[in-house]
Ligand binder design. Structure first.
Ligand code: PHE
Length: 442
């Protein structure tokens, strides 16, 4: 094995920020606020935090352990740590990564378009009509291509010079933008305050609903980039002695922080402009129609605030897109010894083509999201939990490096063996039904 020639992160901060970059993305600003507001408010947020710590962090740590032990991308990593039978899980991860990036890039393309237009000409005066016109068709395809081209150009640069460099600059910028926006939103006046109420009103009954629990868990996997080998791949570029447990906690808390703040921006802004009636039609509508409408109503300031908002969204999508392509690229490099450039461009081109139907039909996009973004992530995480919990040789030993709390390590292993599989089974059952419903209504 050519361990020596494998690239690695230049700094620990580089690894953490790249992983936070993978985690923070459309999931935080597109799905989280909406999921919270529509299913339980503060009760959802509570369940979400619970899921992040009871299942998310343990699964992330499992991905880290497999990635760092093998120092290979998913396909090679599963083979090296589990033998040939487990290679299939690596293939599932690569497939999931391709499917997610295919539709993710279409949505990211819209954010790119909105950002550019806010900059150059301002938001359209009728955001509803604008979204209908721009979200599908040739324009959507062109922005999808533009986004994929950017992602490919960064992944071609490799770990240190590509992904790490971009993350070290962009992630702090994103944090500042979103904090600035949340402060701004807090000063929008009394109707904005109702937005907080809408977002965080606790519906205690939801605490006991299986579908809310499963929605919170599925959201946690998507948001933390778990169940498809992104965290595994990033950890494969780590040094031997990094503290994996503290990294997993730092990454998860940062990801939650951005998601929570996004809700503190979206709802006050929408409520301040009396647009609450519009929220509820769809998650995408809230983001790409209601919010731009509020920005138009704000006048000149709205253009600046909107530009900042969509730039943040775009930056988040970009660093997440990079991690998705890196999973596929590094798998190609490890298993067929292709040159990084050829691997990244080839994988990117295939994903680009797979995404085109999503740029023509939002129902296809929704189906991709339900299958890959929800169901396959949970399936991928369940197999990994079983593998690390019952099949991997001495998983404790990998986590112990740089982290000397035997009690916590035992707790982690218990969660991976018992708790995570139970919750994942519920998610798979619930999200699987959702996929069947969507398919039968097509
Ligand atoms: N975590 C990203 C987001 O919230 C999406 C993602 C999922 C990225 C899976 C990589 C892997 O937008």
């Amino acid at each position: 094995m050519e361990l020596q020639s494998r690239e690695g992160w230049g700094t620990k901060a580089g690894f953490i920020l790249a992983a936070v970059g993978s985690a923070v993305g459309l999931g935080n600003m597109w799905r989280f606020p909406y999921a919270a507001a529509s299913s339980g408010g503060a009760a959802f947020v509570f369940l979400y935090i619970l899921m992040v710590f009871l299942v998310g962090v343990p699964i992330m740590l499992s991905e880290f352990a497999v990635g760092r032990r093998s120092r290979l991308s998913p396909i090679g990593a599963m083979k090296a740590t589990g033998g040939p039978r487990w290679v299939k899980l690596g293939y599932l991860y690569v497939l999931t990564g391709c499917l997610i990036l295919a539709y993710y890039s279409v949505i990211a393309g819209w954010t790119m378009r909105y950002t550019l237009e806010a900059l150059l000409s301002g938001f359209a005066s009728d955001p509803g009509a604008y979204f209908t016109e721009s979200s599908t068709g040739v324009g959507a395809v062109l922005y999808h291509i533009g986004f994929m081209a950017l992602v490919m150009s960064i992944v071609v640069g490799g770990i240190k010079r590509g992904i790490e460099r971009v993350s070290l600059v962009l992630m702090p910028v994103l944090f500042l933008l979103i904090i600035g926006l949340a402060i701004y939103a807090a000063f929008l006046g009394s109707s904005a305050v109702d937005g907080y109420g809408f977002y965080l009103q606790p519906h205690v009954g939801e605490l006991f609903s299986t579908s809310t629990l499963s929605a919170a868990a599925a959201q946690a996997f998507f948001s933390l980039s778990l169940g498809m080998g992104a965290m595994l791949t990033y950890a494969s570029y780590l040094q031997r002695d990094e503290n994996l447990a503290s990294s997993a906690v730092t990454i998860s808390i940062s990801d939650f922080g951005v998601a929570f703040l996004a809700g503190l921006v979206v709802f006050p802004v929408i409520f301040a402009f009396g647009l609450q009636g519009e929220v509820g039609a769809s998650t995408l509508g809230t983001l790409f129609i209601s919010l731009p409408r509020a920005f138009v109503d704000m006048g000149g300031a709205g253009r600046v605030v909107g530009l900042i908002f969509f730039s943040a969204l775009f930056v988040g999508a970009l660093t997440s897109g990079i991690s998705l392509l890196e999973v596929v690229t590094s798998s190609l490099i490890d298993s067929s010894r292709l040159d990084r450039k050829v691997a990244a461009l080839g994988a990117g081109a295939v994903i680009l083509l797979v995404g085109i139907p999503c740029a023509y039909d939002l129902n296809v996009l929704g189906l991709f999201d339900a299958i890959a973004g929800e169901l396959l992530l949970a399936v991928g995480a369940l197999f990994l939990a079983y593998f690390v919990g019952y099949r991997m040789r001495d998983p404790r030993e990998e986590v112990r490096k740089g982290f000397a709390h035997e009690g916590l390590i035992s707790g982690w292993l218990w969660m991976v063996r018992v708790l995570a599989p139970i919750i994942l089974a519920v998610v798979i059952w619930d999200r699987g039904r959702n996929v069947i419903n969507i398919i039968s209504s097509l």
